[in-house]
Write a protein that binds this ligand. Structure first.
Ligand code: HEM
Length: 431
């Protein structure tokens, strides 16, 4: 008679995961080719020994082609519409990244395989899984069945666990104090409410886990969730990383990819709805282009007749337009520098366009135009030098709260509004 041992202490679960005599439950019998059970028999996840090493290398080769930063951006773009299965977003992003034919169709097929993949499914789920495996196999972009199976395996492994991580993270919006990043929320979620709760192993031969003797054929249930919350593990978290992704040599090879996709989806949800639209242009050129336009229009303002120009519910004058453009550049530069320094930006006390000061109403002379040129050109150079020194990572995954630095630069483009509110004055002579 076989026994099932249940382990829930961190040290025991960790030891069991590292024990090569305890193997994942292998596929049964000699399954028909291109069925869900054949898939189980062919993927790294349920293999051991040299077959595991070879198949894991296939998976790692595929994962090396997937840049987590790109996955994150793709996941942010592809966030689920209401009613759509979020698992399909996860699989679709990975399938597209791997160059799989028809990524959306592939995602639906993977959802149909998932229930049969971990074993113990009913006849209907197995039949659905078989049909989906047969459909998906020729669409994996390789004639090598083992390579194709492991590509499907990668997609199935990613499917439920990543979607569950996203769902759990939504319930844990707060992170440890001082680190309100998506990464911190995910880290906390992995520890407090992990997406994978348990794993099963079977003893390939007689073995031991600490004091516990395990006979060949015995089953072992590893309560990963309980182990991760073990008081000893919580007391010294640095020495007890969450076991949610398993441990070497079988540690989940897609952990970074899972976190990137989850971060992309969550970040998109948290992004303010009015976030500026960006495109492929160099953000520094967007800022300098805005200033060039403002100065081009301002060159006609020496002919201003002293009448404030109405625009929407405000009025503008040449001095006011220059003030707003300069202050807008300065305001967001101060925000960017504070966030880079890990500090909170100054609170917003600007009166901005709501107020028209006596100085705004002053005539706009040749000397004022010269001063405006020097001021705005210097500010735009500070922006382009600062943006040019940032990495793409800093531009798109910027520290601190608020828009990304790329979005900030594109937002500044809107400062042309102040100049255009005054407009080109017909009698003005551009100098
Ligand atoms: C939050 C999401 C995920 C969690 C919690 C997770 C967790 C795990 C766990 C616990 C294992 C089994 C380790 C063992 O048997 O000891 C595993 C294996 C695996 N995971 Fe993940 N996984 C996640 C997402 C992903 C993603 C996104 C991918 C692919 C892009 C992936 C690919 C794999 C593969 C291929 C294996 C089999 C590795 C082997 O047996 O050597 N997983 N994962």
């Amino acid at each position: 008679m076989t026994t099932e041992h249940v382990l829930d202490r961190y040290a025991d679960v960790d030891a069991a995961l590292r024990n090569p005599d305890l193997v994942p439950l292998p596929a049964t019998g000699a399954p028909r080719p291109a069925t869900a059970e054949w898939l189980r028999a062919t993927v790294a996840r349920f293999s051991s020994g040299p077959a595991h090493t070879r198949r894991r290398a296939l998976v790692e080769g595929d994962l090396a082609r997937l840049d987590p930063a790109r996955l994150r951006a793709a996941a942010a773009r592809a966030t689920a519409t209401p009613g759509q299965d979020e698992r399909a977003v996860v699989v679709g992003v990975l399938a597209a990244g791997l160059g799989v034919e028809d990524p959306e169709g592939a995602a639906q097929a993977v959802l149909a395989i998932a229930p049969a993949y971990f074993g113990g499914a009913d006849a209907t789920a197995v039949a659905d899984g078989d049909a989906a495996t047969a459909w998906l196999l020729p669409r994996m972009g390789t004639a090598d069945d083992e390579e194709a199976a492991n590509r499907i395996g990668l997609l199935v492994q990613a499917c439920d666990a990543t979607a569950t991580l996203i769902a759990h993270a939504r319930r844990h919006p707060s992170a440890p104090a001082g680190t309100p990043t998506v990464e911190a929320v995910l880290e906390e979620t992995l520890r407090r409410e992990p997406p994978v709760l348990a794993m099963r192993r079977q003893a390939a031969r007689d073995t031991r886990i600490g004091e516990l003797a395990v006979a060949a054929g015995d089953f072992v249930l590893l309560d990963v969730a309980a182990a991760t919350r073990d008081p000893e593990a919580l007391a010294r978290p640095a020495d007890h990383p969450p076991l949610t992704f398993g441990v070497a040599p079988r540690r989940c090879p897609g952990a970074a990819h899972a976190l990137a996709i989850a971060a992309g989806v969550l970040e998109e949800e948290q992004a303010p709805e009015d976030a500026p639209v960006t495109d492929g242009r160099d953000p520094a050129e967007v800022v300098t282009g805005m200033v060039a336009h403002v100065l081009d229009v301002a060159a006609t303002w020496t002919a201003w007749d002293g009448e404030p120009v109405p625009s929407e519910d405000r009025v503008y004058t040449p001095h006011k337009a220059i003030r707003r453009v300069a202050d807008h550049l300065l305001d967001h530069l101060a925000e960017l520098e504070a966030r880079l320094a890990g500090e909170e930006p100054e609170p917003d006390h600007w009166h901005a366009s709501a107020t028209t000061t006596p100085a705004d109403l002053a005539p706009f002379t040749d000397q004022d135009l010269d001063e405006a040129r020097s001021r705005l050109v210097r500010l735009s150079r500070m922006w382009s030098q600062r943006l040019g020194a940032l990495t793409p990572e800093q531009l798109d995954r910027s520290p601190g709260r608020g828009w990304t630095f790329r979005q900030l630069a594109f937002h500044l483009k809107g400062s042309t509004y102040y100049a255009d509110a005054v407009g080109r004055l017909p009698k003005g002579e551009a100098r």
